[in-house]
Design a binder for this molecule. Sequence first.
Ligand SMILES: Nc1ncnc2c1ncn2[C@@H]1O[C@H](COP(=O)(O)OP(=O)(O)OP(=O)(O)O)[C@@H](O)[C@H]1O
Ligand SMILES: [Mg+2]
Length: 376
Amino acid sequence: MRNPFQYGGVVSGESFCNRTREAADLRRSVENAEKLFVYSERRLGKTSLIRKVLADLPTDEYLTVYIDLWPTDGETSFVLACAKAFSEAMSTSTDKLLNTARTFFSRLVPSISANDDGKAVITFGFDQKRPDIPLLEEVLAMPAKAAKKEGKHIVVVFDEFQQILEYESDAVERLLRSSIQHQSEVAYIFCGSRKHLIQQMFMDSQRPMYRSGAHYPLGLIAEDHWQTFVSGKFQETGKQISPEIISELCALTEGHPFYTQHLCHPLWELCETGGAATSEMIQQATSLLLDRESYAFMNLWDSLTRNARRLLKGVAAEPVGTQVFAAEFIRKYQLGSSSNAQRAVDLLLKKDIIDKQEEGIVIPDRFFRLWINSKQ
Ligand SMILES: Nc1ncnc2c1ncn2[C@@H]1O[C@H](COP(=O)(O)OP(=O)(O)OP(=O)(O)O)[C@@H](O)[C@H]1O
Ligand SMILES: [Mg+2]
């Protein structure tokens, strides 16, 4: 029987747990053609949620464009990624794809080829004879034009948006700001995972995207929802799991979607058909996963300064919300002074090993946290 727990890629349908309120919030934002920043720590389910919201929109009213900026590294690849995504979103046939691309992009030369599955894909080259037209402006103006031409609402999603901070100049950021301001009829979702970078982008008055949209931090999934989801999956496959065991599991993963699904996966394997999951099985499943990661964790650990390790030990062991600059913490974890603690926090934040959240400092990688605790 197939393991019902999935981790890694985008999840949908039966594998998608709750997020009803979040989906409704995003839907409303799209309907109002807002500009919204959606952010969270890594693997919290941003892409899955946004994909679901897009998929649930009525196709006769909405045109949806999803652009993953992860592979882009500058203005040129940004332009090409947008042009490709816009053309594909607007075209159902190969002919239409070429036509759309030619209509909207005067300086890009489209060509069609087949991918491994035989599906038509579009690629673009540049028309060197026409260097006068500013490409970036042209591409960014497309959603508004497309909205008019198709008589539909348009939603544009930029996933992994923090990637544009890696570009050589802030030209894309600046132009994006001015073009989205003039596109009152187009909904935009900017989605990213390096939380402090995304926050910095629209909370820092020096940056071009400053206050150019509302922001939506995505949170963990509450235990209640996992109770229904996890017990349902066990039951459907002829296995049992009690509410207490699910609680125990959620305490370890803190309800983080990726880690919860990841831990459920071996737990389900360990539980025999007709049997019930036990606390020992949770232990076994956890050590199995930590063993698998231990090489990477060890390398990461070795790359840190002594004070950073001490601070991490404390953060991993103490409840979330513990004050790391308090005298008590500094003494207990031998940090010496609050300025040492500050330096350690800065380093760990920069490396994305810890994250500052409303409730306090957390270690986003829930398995790394468990590994640190298992070492003491
Ligand atoms: N609503 C959900 N229900 C159940 N599992 C989920 C849900 N959302 C996310 N997950 C789990 O988390 C994993 C990562 O989801 P997803 O890729 O959508 O997150 P992300 O925030 O976009 O990640 P990244 O930071 O890598 O871009 C999924 O493979 C799945 O295991
Ligand atoms: Mg994602």
